[in-house]
Design a protein around this ligand. Structure first.
Ligand SMILES: Nc1ncnc2c1ncn2[C@@H]1O[C@H](COP(=O)(O)OP(=O)(O)O)[C@@H](O)[C@H]1O
Ligand SMILES: O=C(O)C1=C[C@@H](OP(=O)(O)O)[C@@H](O)[C@H](O)C1
Ligand SMILES: [Mg+2]
Length: 175
């Protein structure tokens, strides 16, 4: 039987609203892989929400928890991992992600990120008076980091999550 050469660890990176969580779940189900979201894993382990962690421990505290979870999860097999948008700002995360699996950057313009996140109160970094400016600043800082570790860049602003997941699967099968 022909072997599919799909890598056994698939890591999704990209900005808030790129669809990492939604597309990641869909992709994992298509591939028969386990899906884990680093934010959900932090919430499961701590028993509190991401905004709560930011409130009590600050962004730095959150980044430490995120790094511990990413170190653990990137060692598992047959896994699609959706990271949080800022995971790439921590050097040890960049190292673990790029060394241990295939990294897919879901690229989405700020305008679309804004539409997808505008009613959401679960992203502490966007609870600002000017979320557009915030997203633009973050994009400027982080886009080079996403690109630095990406094996593939996939545009995720158009179509439905299911369609993007299908496109990723087809691209991986061709690789
Ligand atoms: N094509 C699409 N791909 C992914 N998400 C989409 C798409 N269209 C709309 N969405 C919506 O955008 C929102 C943000 O997606 P999410 O997966 O939470 O992004 P991320 O984890 O990258 O921040 C969700 O409500 C999702 O349903
Ligand atoms: O961009 C960021 O720094 C963050 C993105 C969020 O994840 P999503 O990218 O899944 O929204 C979450 O990790 C936290 O609110 C911080
Ligand atoms: Mg997410």
């Amino acid at each position: 039987m022909a072997q599919r050469r799909i890598p056994s660890r698939i890591f999704l990176v990209g900005p808030m609203g790129a669809g990492k969580t939604t597309i990641g779940r869909e992709l994992a189900s298509r591939l028969g892989f386990r899906f884990v979201d680093s934010d959900s894993e932090i919430e499961r382990k701590t028993g509190v929400s991401i905004p709560w962690i930011f409130d009590i421990e600050g962004e730095q505290g959150f980044r430490q928890r995120e790094a511990a979870v990413i170190d653990q999860l990137t060692q598992q097999e047959h896994l699609v991992l959706a990271t949080g948008g800022g995971a790439v700002t921590t050097p040890s995360n960049r190292d673990a992600l790029s060394a241990r699996g295939i990294v897919i950057y879901l690229f989405t313009p700020v305008q679309v990120q804004l539409q997808r996140t505008r009613h959401d109160t679960n992203r502490p970094l966007l609870q600002s008076s000017n979320p557009r400016q915030r997203l633009e600043e973050l994009m400027q800082q982080r886009d080079p980091l996403y690109r630095q570790i990406a094996d593939l860049v996939i545009e995720s602003s158009s179509g439905r999550a299911r369609g993007v997941a299908k496109r990723i699967e087809a691209t991986l099968e061709k690789e």
